[in-house]
Design a protein around this ligand. Sequence first.
Ligand code: ARG
Ligand code: ZN
Length: 890
Amino acid sequence: QPIFRADYKPPAYLIDTVHLTFSLNEDVTHVTSRLALKPNYAENGAAPPLLLNGRDDVKLVGLKVAGQAVPESGYEVTPKSLTLLSPPAGPFELEVVTAIKPQDNSLLEGLYKSGGNYCTQCEAEGFRGITYFLDRPDVMARYTTRIEADAGKYPVLLSNGNLKEEGQLEGSRHYAVWEDPFPKPCYLFALVAGALVKKEDTYTTGSGKTVTLRIYTQPANISQVDFAMVSLKKSMKWDEDVYGLEYDLDLFNIVAVDDFNMGAMENKSLNIFNSRLVLADPDSSTDGDYARIEGVVGHEYFHNWTGNRVTCRDWFQLTLKEGLTVFRDQGFSADMNSAPVKRIEDVALLRASQFSEDAGPMAHPIRPDSYIKMDNFYTVTVYEKGSEIIRLYHTLLGPQGFRKGMDLYFQRHDGQAVTCDDFLAAMADANGEDLSGVGRWYSQAGTPTLTVSTAYDAAKKSFTISTHQVTPPTNGQPDKLPVLIPLKVGLLGPDGQDLPLHLEGKGDLGASTVLRCDAEHNSFTFTDVAVEPVPSLLRGFSAPVKLVVQGQTDDHLRLMFAHDSDPFNRWEAGQRLYMKLLLQLYGAAAGAASSVPLADCCAAAGGVPGELVAAFRAVLEDGKLDGSFKAMAMRLPSMAEIVDRIDEADPVLVWQVRHYVYQQLAQQLRPQLEAAIKANDVPPGTPYEFNAQQCARRVLRNMSESILGSLESPEIQEQLLRRFREATNMTDRMAALTVLCDTDTPGREQALQEFYAANKDKPLVLLKWLAVQASCALPGNIAKVRALMGHPAFTITTPNCCYSLFLGFARSVNFHAADGSGYEFIGDSVIKMDKINHQVASRIAGAFTTFKQYDKERQAMMVAQLRRIAAVEGLSENVFEIVTKSLQQV
Ligand code: ARG
Ligand code: ZN
């Protein structure tokens, strides 16, 4: 029952206005919806039946056309729809009354309860869980929403737009009426009702309008919203400065809820957030949490223009708003913090999770061609790879050209529901450029490999860069065509400094230039190159490809690691050196008899060579480098990235080899790591602040501590326990706990107990406590993780708890235990969760989609779990899609 992009047809009816009345009650909630419908079918044509989307837990209790009840023969109801069989010709009014039970809605789609309060989540297709409706984004209407509820229990009543009216009703009830002047698709509708408290602030726009900003939480949490408020104001300012976009209403609300499937939702003027992305204080939140909050507050705010004012025609176009808005939030975070480090983090995430998605059974282009359940396509491909494709325009056109394209996009499409092609056309037309080469990125899945070879002609003093691109076949797409790959390059001289670039026929280009690789083979010749240079390729990760550089030596990489003026490539050179070593050691260990201890295999294969230790040390001791950059440069490639480079990998061995390299670095650089820890201690008494300087100190210190922790010496363990106890903020406390948790010492249990005792009333902090135990690498940890499901800290109906425990575990090496116990546990969890929450269940099921990357024994065990899940009666469409698409690849 897949839906295809190629089948898109405009709706037969449109809706001008929607009048909703919610009567919220503990037993049954009634929703009355009055729609002003108008024909969108051919003029003079007969009125076709009106098909409205619904859900099986929505009960129809009334249906009127133009004020007259529709007789039973006039409509048809199925578990998923309501069809009005013969609508009147011309515009007409339809009234639909439904009965729903938000208190029983554990899907967390539509209207549901969280922490005793009502809230909604309608993207992508949750509105049909509230009332029968044309639940598709190209139907945009103006909404008026009346909410009636008990005044004692639900003093706060919120919806989109402006508050028009409020007052008392008979009994203890009250009401509020909200009106949103901007037409919107129903996925942007929101309602909140509850005993919430707020913090209020204002922001004055560049044109002088004062906007009231409110953040609502449960009473106990209101002291934790200041950081989110500051982030919101920074976002508003940034969008004006960089894109010339101002906020368009007088009120902007954010509400934090504990039970939420995703991160947050950009409902018009009433953003609803997972509380872990709003609430922060130094004692509960890490630097990483602060950074994510800033980024997501920005993301949802930026959607007001890229998503809400201009929305998607259909869900296949999701990357139109998500890829673009991720690109915008990345730019915001880069400007607020360290731009190079932000870029490195984003690329690391892309490689660790998107590349494997692109190589697996769920591979899809950033604009998918079909889906069974749209929720399964809120993916790293649509979001993060989508953002990389937006970045291509930016790289090709430059910031000013990109801005011209954005301006034209809004000029043409404000108030419309449009497509990715419309975006491309705006970028192209605004700049008079042919960007059709970018277009292919929207339709092809898979990560291209770009292979580069170079040739230096000493006599002619010319240097030629030749490229060859291949996109591998993916699920349903056997043949691929070349895409446009902007290749940003520089040439390094023997001292590691940039050489001035001269390209045949192009004159002087400065230190970096962008080459357009748009064919299977391309070649570019630089002239006036005095000495053979070392090419610095794909600077800033200028395209989401796998780069293979022929003839790239360790000497080249070390030169770049020490000197490349492009910070991304400087980091990248280090990663390539580590990766080469890791693969070599893995090969040696995999080839040896299992009786030989791993350390001996690795030592026999050369261990960690002195040159690498020296390069690592040089970074650590470089007085000019930023601490957070150093910490990134000291990090070995992730498990996922290493596994991606090995055919049928043994994940346990990969983990051991990676651990071995950290141990060697710790052994050989212990004094330097200890010195880095000392030098970066924040002086006692300094109050915690989330700022670049403090974050850099903490991350470098904690990274050094974690590398030393791999030594598992009692002395270091003791020091860690002390650090854990003396930590004055959650960043340092969690860093120490994470290392302790991976070591089998009494300090481990002590630290975990103390942490729990200190935080047992803080659900968000307990998520960290669950996650750190779930992802622990100690052999046999599975028993503890299973036991945690019965712990009071774990609530199975709260997605955050499931993500911490199940996804935390699925990321750990114990997921891959040779006896299959980890796979069985996750299989059990998917089956159990699917009865409660389909979206959460399908995300957990995603852990099995990488099965092809592992050795035959593990493949067989993962496939066995997929089959076991597939055999479950009454599986949700969400899980069904993941599981069947995976099994098709067996
Ligand atoms: N639009 C939201 C955001 O990215 C995410 C909504 C996710 N909804 C879903 N059903 N998966 O900001
Ligand atoms: Zn988004």
